[in-house]
Write a protein that binds this ligand. Structure first.
Ligand code: BEZ
Length: 211
């Protein structure tokens, strides 16, 4: 099944390195980053999970829970986490889901023909507090993901959910943002401190403050 933006993230119950959990109950109204990796004890995957472990404080600051998944067994995951921690210097506190029957991988369409029929690809799903899928990404096996980009998207989603703005290409937190096309320039000037009109449809405003 293809998962589209706005779909409800399929719920599942699974064994993980943090115990048996049900995805929606475990999220408990938080944001989540659910990501799959092709196989345990492989080099690119080790760097990715180590990077996730080292970003624990960044995820927590944003109210985001990370959760990894592959079709490997729980014993395999348990054996691998020591290598990840030794490589990255941070303990793996987030759950790694064991999906040997590939039920979750199938529900999330994480197994792609031509990319190894029995393993998950490098999929990412950002899921919001209402369990809606807000971003999907698929990377090839040979290319490790950019976790700074995931944090950037989380920042952008959380900002654009609370203010009538969008973020431009290559936006970084703190930079100017785009006024929603749904707002007239008159209404935008009433709502925001400063509005610079480039064209009728491209209006800049400083990043609205939180709160
Ligand atoms: C890797 O993460 O490096 C990897 C994953 C699957 C197959 C081969 C390599």
């Amino acid at each position: 099944m293809t998962i589209r933006l706005g779909d409800e993230a399929p719920d599942f119950t699974a064994d993980t390195t943090a115990g048996t959990l049900s995805f929606h109950a475990w999220k408990d109204g938080s944001w989540a980053v659910l990501f799959s990796h092709p196989a345990d004890f492989t080099p690119v995957c080790t760097t990715e999970l180590a990077r996730t472990a080292s970003l624990a404080a960044e995820f927590e600051r944003r109210g985001v829970k990370a959760i990894a998944l592959s079709v490997d067994s729980l014993d395999s995951h348990r054996g691998w986490v020591g290598d990840i921690a030794a490589f990255g210097g941070a303990t793996v506190e987030f759950p790694i889901v064991a999906d040997p029957a590939r039920e979750i991988a199938t529900a999330y369409d994480m197994i792609h023909p031509g990319e190894g029929e029995t393993s998950t690809v490098r999929s990412v799903f950002i899921v919001d507090p209402a369990n809606r899928v807000r971003l999907t990404l698929t990377y090839p096996k040979s290319v490790g993901r950019n976790f700074d980009e995931l944090l950037r998207v989380l920042d952008a989603l959380q900002l654009t959910d609370r203010a009538a703005v969008s973020t431009p290409a290559d936006w970084q937190p703190g930079q100017r943002v785009i006024v929603s096309p749904a707002l007239s320039t008159v209404d935008a000037r009433a709502r925001f401190d400063e509005v610079e009109e480039v064209t009728s449809y491209l209006r800049w405003t400083p990043q609205p403050s939180a709160g």
